[in-house]
Design a protein around this ligand. Structure first.
Ligand code: NAD
Length: 260
């Protein structure tokens, strides 16, 4: 199937590695021009070069901390100066820290609000004036928006706000030809998931391998997902091929979530 991404301009946030990089690679492989960002200039420039080498696509790497509104403006401006418009935006950031409700401080709540919810609002606000030909926005949340996960209260609360934003914007931006969807990663093999498994192993006094084995028992397909599994679904939702899909939440989780 043709996704129709040839020469489209895509912004992909938090993409020096992990899910963001996987989405950037899927979009670039299909012919999109891809502008990626993350906090470290060295890491994002190296990732942009790797992306161009792997796909042959035009790529741009910009240092941008998505908790900083000025950084977001600079990233979007640089992209538009280079390529003139924006057709697709992947909203992404690092995950908030794990912890039980009673362990979380006011400062941590505020930081999670900035990292997860405000960054989503600001990236979308910065991009839409340049999506003059319509396009698509995709957020990344977590299975916690449907089935709260132990010790991930910050993620559960802030990402539920992101899903509310997606549903609202699907209505409000439809007249401008902009679709807005949300993608849930189940357990995709990235540093973030390894970090969470290390935390579980330490807390329960078991090995990393045992912690991982426990989580695999809950996944019908019996393996972690790859960033390419995730990238393929994201590229579809961000592409003209998904032209009648908006306001949707799709999970890429090997069957892990039991909710209907
Ligand atoms: P990762 O740690 O592998 O990669 C995170 C990326 O985000 C890196 O490129 C990092 O440099 C960048 N980043 C972090 N904070 C940033 C900031 N403030 N500004 C700009 N860039 C920033 O993580 P991942 O697994 O790719 O996860 C991406 C998001 O998806 C996270 O919010 C994570 O909690 C969420 N998530 C992931 C999974 C999974 O299965 N991997 C599951 C549920 C939710």
């Amino acid at each position: 199937m043709e996704l129709g991404l040839q020469n489209k301009v895509a912004l992909v946030a938090a993409a020096s590695k992990g899910l963001g990089y996987g989405v950037a690679r899927a979009l670039a492989s299909d012919g999109a021009k891809v502008s990626i960002c993350s906090r470290s200039a060295d890491e994002i420039e190296a990732a942009a070069k790797k992306l161009a080498d792997e796909t042959g696509a035009d790529t741009l790497g910009t240092a941008c901390d998505v908790t900083d509104p000025k950084d977001i403006e600079t990233w979007v401006k640089r992209t538009v100066e280079q390529w003139g418009q924006i057709d697709a935006l992947l909203v992404n950031a690092g995950g908030p820290p794990a912890g039980y409700f009673k362990e979380i401080s006011d400062e941590q709540w505020q930081a999670a609000f900035e990292l997860t919810l405000m960054s989503s609002i600001r990236m979308i606000n910065a991009a839409i004036p340049h999506m003059t030909g319509g396009g698509a926005i995709l957020t990344i949340t977590s299975s916690s928006v449907r089935e709260p996960v132990e010790r991930l209260v910050l993620s559960t609360v802030m990402r539920s706000g992101v899903v509310g934003l997606v549903k609202t914007l699907a209505d409000e931006l439809a007249p401008d030809g902009i679709r807005v969807n949300n993608l849930i990663p189940g357990r995709i093999d990235t540093d973030r998931v390894a970090h969470l498994d290390e935390g579980t192993a330490k807390r329960l006094g078991i090995s990393f391998e045992e912690a991982r084995e426990r989580s695999l028992k809950n996944i019908p397909l019996g393996r972690l997902g790859t960033i390419d599994d995730f990238g393929a679904a994201a590229a579809f939702l961000l592409s003209p091929a998904a032209s009648y899909i908006t306001g949707a939440t799709l999970q890429v989780d090997g069957g892990m979530m039991r909710s209907v």
